[in-house]
Design a protein. Structure first.
Length: 456
């Protein structure tokens, strides 16, 4: 019953993966062009599963974006490691509900081990809680929920029982360049964005320690400080050691580090200095489908005090009787969920320590190479210090949007647009394990070629 459709799916997947190296990168068709192939009427009778797979794959293929390919440099999007992809197929085939140990001891133990490996690899305190969530958005949400609960509890308020109305004032401080998902998490938690105190950033987007000192001096009551490891445009790191010292001296405070991709620098002996002080925080958010190159979806919410995370997110009901093992619904906002830690386990096991470090270091070296190649054009200015995997560009004498559109139409690579200091700019992010030096050379040449017709 399963064998034939699975073989058809495997053949389609193998063909897709084999095409990524040379496939045009970009949005190949408009959405309207896909609807005729997908919008068949739902009839009374079913369709053979193998035929469904073949027809679905054929209808989807024209609209697939080669985000997993080696020349997709938009956003911060990793590829998928072979072991992680294969493990993700097993996740679907095994179909385990990873919410409770009693529902899947296998998923619970694999998750427990993967969590321990992550803490060790990233240099974070042993014994911290790790919740495997959907991505950076929910990782930030989960960590900040733990912070909210712990800070208000220390002030004598039970936010789980009494909510936020009439609660003690809690001041939230973040850098001027804090990521949008962190702001969204604060909104979801009831803090609102209007009351957020923003600390000025330097020319690389780093929160200034002096600005944080001033903000802390003006704050009364408990304080939640949100720092950043890897600014999304420049890759720059907030001065985490200085920030941690200020938060520690302040008291009644919680330090959260949003390290969706930048926190992985801690896995590299050559780049670990960038994360100095991160281990002194109270919580950390990161993404596996960025630099660990596991399939979507997989983020990690990490909290130093497991009791704070479980108090904020824990679920209880008479029928939810655990077995003494790891019940993951205590560490995430979800109940039923897939065993998303298995691809993490497989990725880490297949790479080892040196492999993870090599992946991160190679992407950073390729980003520096891209900056060198592109800066040879007199029209291109590299705006950031390329300390990580991000290259921020400005094209002089040309319409930035037009350059990006020409690059995307060409299909050699894919770039993202952004705004930096009020002016349009281009982001070039290297996060894929399969990207090579030749991919960088080809992409840089295509970008420079696209600039010429856009000038003037």
């Amino acid at each position: 019953m399963y064998e034939v459709p699975l073989r058809h799916a495997a053949n389609v997947a193998a063909g897709w993966l084999a095409s990524l190296g040379e496939r045009p990168v970009g949005v190949p068709v408009e959405p309207d062009a896909l609807r005729p192939g997908l919008a068949a009427e739902l009839g009374d009778a079913g369709t053979d599963p193998a035929a469904v797979i073949d027809e679905l794959a054929g209808a989807l293929e024209p609209g697939l974006v080669a985000t997993a390919g080696p020349r997709y440099f938009g956003f911060v999007t990793g590829g998928t490691l072979p072991a992680a992809l294969a493990a993700d197929w097993l996740v679907s085939a095994f179909d385990q509900n990873a919410a409770m140990c009693v529902m899947s001891p296998a998923a619970a133990v694999a998750e427990e081990i993967a969590a321990g490996w992550l803490l060790d690899l990233l240099g974070l305190p042993a014994g911290s809680a790790v919740g495997f969530v959907t991505g950076g958005q929910m990782a930030n949400f989960s960590c900040l929920a733990a912070a909210r609960h712990a800070l208000l509890a220390a002030a004598g308020w039970d936010v789980a029982a009494d909510g936020l109305r009439n609660a003690p004032e809690l001041t939230v401080i973040a850098g001027e360049q804090a990521h949008a998902t962190l702001i969204q998490a604060l909104r979801l938690l009831g803090f609102g964005s209007a009351g957020l105190r923003r600390v000025p950033a330097d020319d690389q987007g780093r929160m200034t320690a002096g600005g944080l000192r001033d903000a802390l001096e003006q704050a009364a009551g408990p304080v939640l400080v949100c720092a950043q490891a890897g600014e999304v445009n420049t890759g720059a790191f907030d001065p985490l050691a200085d920030i941690a010292a200020l938060v520690r001296d302040r008291g009644q405070a919680w330090l959260h580090v949003d390290g969706a991709f930048g926190l992985w620098a801690a896995a590299s002996p050559a780049l670990r200095w960038l994360t100095a002080g991160a281990d002194q925080a109270d919580s950390w958010a990161t993404d596996g489908h960025k630099w660990l190159n596991v399939p979507y979806d997989c983020g990690m919410a990490i909290v130093r005090d497991p009791a704070a995370l479980t108090a904020a997110l824990g679920l209880s009901a008479d029928y939810l009787q655990g077995s003494g093992g790891r019940d993951s619904f205590a560490f995430t906002p979800e109940a039923s969920r897939r065993a998303r830690a298995l691809p993490v386990y497989a990725a880490l096991r297949s790479l080892g320590r040196r492999g993870v470090a090599g992946l991160v270091e190679r992407c950073c070296a390729l980003a520096r190479m891209a900056a060198r190649e592109l800066s040879r054009s007199p029209s291109v200015e590299v705006l950031n210090d390329v300390v990580l995997n991000q290259v921020l560009l400005r094209v002089h004498g040309a319409d930035t949007a037009a350059v990006i559109e020409r690059v995307r139409r060409d299909g050699t690579c894919w770039l993202g647009g952004t705004s930096w200091r009020g002016e349009p700019a281009i982001r070039f992010s290297v996060s894929n394990w399969s990207t090579s030096e030749e991919d960088i050379r080809r992409s840089a040449a295509a970008i420079v070629q696209a600039i010429g017709p856009a000038i003037g």
